[in-house]
Each structure stands twice: as C-alpha cells, then as structure tokens.
Design a protein around this ligand. Structure first.
Ligand SMILES: Cc1ncc(COP(=O)(O)O)c(C=O)c1O
Length: 466
C-alpha cells in the first residue's frame, strides 16, 4: 500500500537528513497537520519518495517512537500515536463534557434516531443499482434544487403519505432539515423579517440556528392542544416554525380548530407557517392528520427529513414551498452550494420507489409503539404522579412530574445511575412556567433496555423525592 506524506528535505541545509525528517514530522504532529491514528508510509517508501537512504527514515521513526509521537505495530505499519497530542503537551480540540460521562448504559436523550435497525442490505442494493446504471449525467452535477427524478418520486410519495400538494418544481432537496431552515431564515431576513415564532417548549438547537441566521426566535407557548395560536396572533411575528403532527418535544398534536386558526392567521398577516414534519411517519394511522401544508400550500412551507426516518448521516431533507417563495429560496441557495449528493438522492429515490421506505417506516412505527407502551407502563410504577403527554406515537415521551419535583436534581441523580436524560427545562425558552418534566427518548434503547433504564430512573426519582 502506498501512503503519501507531505514532507520534504533540503539537501543544502546544514542539518543532517535524519534530523530534518524527525523535526519536520514532529512539527506536523504538534501543529495537528497529522492526527493520531494517521498512517505513515513505510520507511522503505518514504526513503524512496525523499530519495534518501532507508536508515535516515528508520532513525527518525525510531526516535519519534521513543518520544511517544509514533506507534509501530507488526502488520499495521507506523501510525501517529493516539497519545501524540498529550505527549506534545497540547489540549484536545474536542470540547470535553464538564462532568465526566459515566460509561453510559442508557441514553434516553433526544436527538438520535433508531439507526441500529437501518435497512443496510436494502440500502446497499439501492446504492449498487444506482452505481451500476449511473452514466455521465448521474455522475455529473445535478440541478442544485435536486435530481429531477428524486423530486418527482418524492413529490408523489409526500402526496400519497402526507397529502402534500405541489409540483416537483416546488420541492427542493436539502442537506437535512437544518439546511432547509437556514435557507428559509435567509429568505425571511431578506424580506424584512426580524423574528421567527417558535414553539415553547421546542428544539433548542433550532433556536440557536435561527439566531445564527440573524432572526430572533420568539417563543409561543404550547399546551395540550399544541401551539397557542391566540398568543401567536398577539406576538407580532409574521412567520412561525411548528411541528403540528407531533409537537417536539411534548408529542401533542395541533388540534383541528387551531390548525384552521393558524392558517387563517397566516393568510391575514400575509405570513408563513413552516411545518417541520420530521417524524410524522411514526404516528399511528388514527393519530395522523394530513400535513398542514395540504390545507394552504400558499402559506405553508412543508419540510421533511430522512434523519429520523432512516439516518441523520444521510443529510437528506426536503422542502415544499409556495412557488414565489421557492424562487427566492433557490436564489439564496445558488450562493451557498451546488446541491446535495446526486448519487445519494438516487439511492433514496430507488428506496422509496421500490417500497423499502414505506416498509421501513412501518417497522419502525410498530417498534416505537412497543417502546411507548413500555414507557407508559413503567412511568406509572417508577415515576408515580407523572403524566405522559401526547398521543401514543413518535419517538419520545414528555413526562410531566409533580410540582414539588426538583427536575435538575433528578437529572443529575439519573446521570449518577448511568441514565442520560434531559429535563423539560432544556427545551423551554420563555418565562411561562411549566411543571417539572423529563423528556425520554426511546429512539435508541430497545424495549428491554428502556425498561431497565426506567427502573434506574425510578430509583433516582425516589432518591430525589424523599
Ligand atoms: C424537531 C426536529 N426537526 C427536524 C429534525 C431533523 O433535522 P435534520 O434533517 O437536519 O437532521 C430533527 C432531528 O433531530 C428534529 O429533532
């Protein structure tokens, strides 16, 4: 195997060649050009590349190994040592958790999805089929808004499953919902908006994103029927981001009367509702209403993502927007990038087209439903006095706790018992008081692990309640 290395020697310099090689390599490691684990060329190959005798490189490697910069293992060659940066006295670039994280047994925090059950074989078949047939066009640049076939197939899928209305031209493929949101914020900013309404409680990461995009997130309280549209009306904002199908993180659904009032508000203020529909395919048929977008495609931007439905690593999302807004979104995007990976889009298209996506959603839906029952049953026994909000759908549960519960103490006690979980506080923005709560994600823990995690959580609850 040939491993290239950015290194030169100066034959005219007074320093011996082996010292030059040693010093240059050490400098590359210390300034983090070479990272721990990086493979280095064999002594024979580097000597040939530098046109020096092999003993020059052997001596340099030996010296750096003795200093802790390099590691040599039989059969796997020489690599930059995993201790290299510590040896160099430098701090790590990776931010450390302020409290040491115990060897986690139960991670019940939101933000992840069930990637363990990723349909690897079906996906590989789709990728292989795409690669076997990809011609010049497929391997070249695709339209920035997305591969036309993907937009066509996805438009059909979203119409069928979520009632989304619109033409393939009104659908854009984005690098996850995150990019879609950033694009919309940029367009709103360009149109004079300074604020964007967000649900409270809601997603703290999204709020940060909105702030970085230059808009002020304005929290609109959520109750058991979803967003308080009456308070939205009084807020003065002209655009709002909502999760109407399954509110994040409470899991409540926006009541029909509020859906209608929200649309009426958007029409009245000439504004936009951004519908984040990131996990609606996990809702049970009885709980699933058609998308809000289907009620008013001229005022609702529909946004979806493969992050929960498949895996966040795909960075695949989509936006369906009113035509005039889509034109502005495309204009902004033209200055950002040249679209997402066409090959990934085509693999996804095939996955959707051959029924794999529907199948996977159905399987996840029933698995999550099973986990939800475990949460419901254990919450009753392990966290007495708690109230599970929302419908029996989705991939997390919002548990309101009795008013006297010390939420922060409970989260800390849970952590000591190897349960990572977040309190309701983590998701809130405004001053509106809410009962203490825990948000428990069952995206990663299977039913058995979840039950055990909840038992441990119950002990933490007893400890902090007594
Ligand atoms: C509320 C919400 N919206 C959207 C997403 C999906 O974001 P993305 O597609 O950028 O991964 C997530 C993922 O965690 C989420 O929690």
């Amino acid at each position: 195997m040939t491993w290239h290395l950015v290194l030169t020697v100066d034959r005219k310099a007074p320093l011996p060649l082996t010292v030059q090689v040693r010093n240059s390599l050490r400098a590359l490691i210390e300034d983090r050009t070479l990272w721990p684990g990086t493979r280095l060329p064999s002594t024979r190959q580097l000597a040939a590349d530098l046109e020096v005798s092999r003993s020059v490189v052997v001596d340099a490697y030996e010296q750096l190994s003795a200093e802790g910069y390099l590691e040599t293992r039989p059969g796997s060659g020489t690599t930059v040592s995993s201790r290299a940066h510590a040896e160099a006295g430098a701090s790590t670039l990776v931010a450390r958790d302020p409290e040491p994280v115990p060897e986690t047994m139960w991670d019940l925090r939101t933000g992840t999805s069930n990637v363990v059950d990723f349909p690897r074989q079906e996906w590989v078949r789709c990728v292989a089929a795409v690669m076997n047939s990809a011609g010049r066009q497929e391997l070249g640049y695709s339209a920035p808004a997305g591969v036309p076939l993907t937009r066509r197939v996805l438009t059909g899928y979203l119409g069928r499953v979520r009632g989304v209305r619109g033409r393939p031209e009104d659908l854009m493929i984005t690098a996850g919902f995150a990019q879609g949101l950033a694009l919309i914020c940029a367009v709103l900013l360009g149109r004079g908006h300074t604020e964007l309404g967000v649900e409270d409680p809601g997603h703290p990461g999204e709020r940060e994103f909105i702030t970085s995009a230059g808009l002020r997130p304005v929290g609109i309280p959520v109750d058991d029927d979803g967003l308080r549209v009456d308070l939205l009306e009084r807020s003065g904002v002209r655009a709002v981001l909502v999760t109407p199908g399954n509110q994040f993180p409470t899991g409540v659904r926006l009541a029909q009367a509020r859906r209608e009032r929200l649309i009426a508000w958007a029409r009245e203020v000439g504004g936009y509702v951004i519908e984040d529909d990131f996990d609606s395919t996990f809702l049970h048929r009885a709980d699933r209403l058609p998308s809000l977008q289907s009620m008013a495609p001229d005022h609702v931007v529909y946004a979806g993502s493969a992050s929960k439905a498949l895996a966040p690593a795909l960075r695949l999302g989509w936006l369906a927007a009113p035509s005039e807004l889509m034109a502005s979104i495309e204009g902004v995007r033209a200055g950002w990038d040249i679209g997402c990976s066409g090959l990934e889009q085509l693999a996804f298209t095939r996955f959707v087209d051959t029924g794999g996506f529907d199948r996977h959603q159905r399987a996840l839906r029933s698995e999550f439903h099973r986990r939800r029952q475990v949460l419901r049953q254990h919450a009753e026994t392990c966290l007495p006095g708690s109230r599970l909000l929302g419908r029996d759908s989705g991939l997390q549960g919002y548990l309101e706790l009795p008013a006297h519960t010390d939420e922060h103490a409970l989260v800390r006690a849970a952590r000591r018992r190897h349960v990572l979980v977040r309190g309701g506080h983590f998701y809130t923005l405004g001053p509106t008081p809410r009962p203490p709560a825990l948000v428990i994600s069952y995206a990663t823990a299977n039913a058995t692990a979840l039950a055990r995690g909840l038992l441990a959580l119950g002990h933490a609850y007893q400890e902090t309640s007594g």
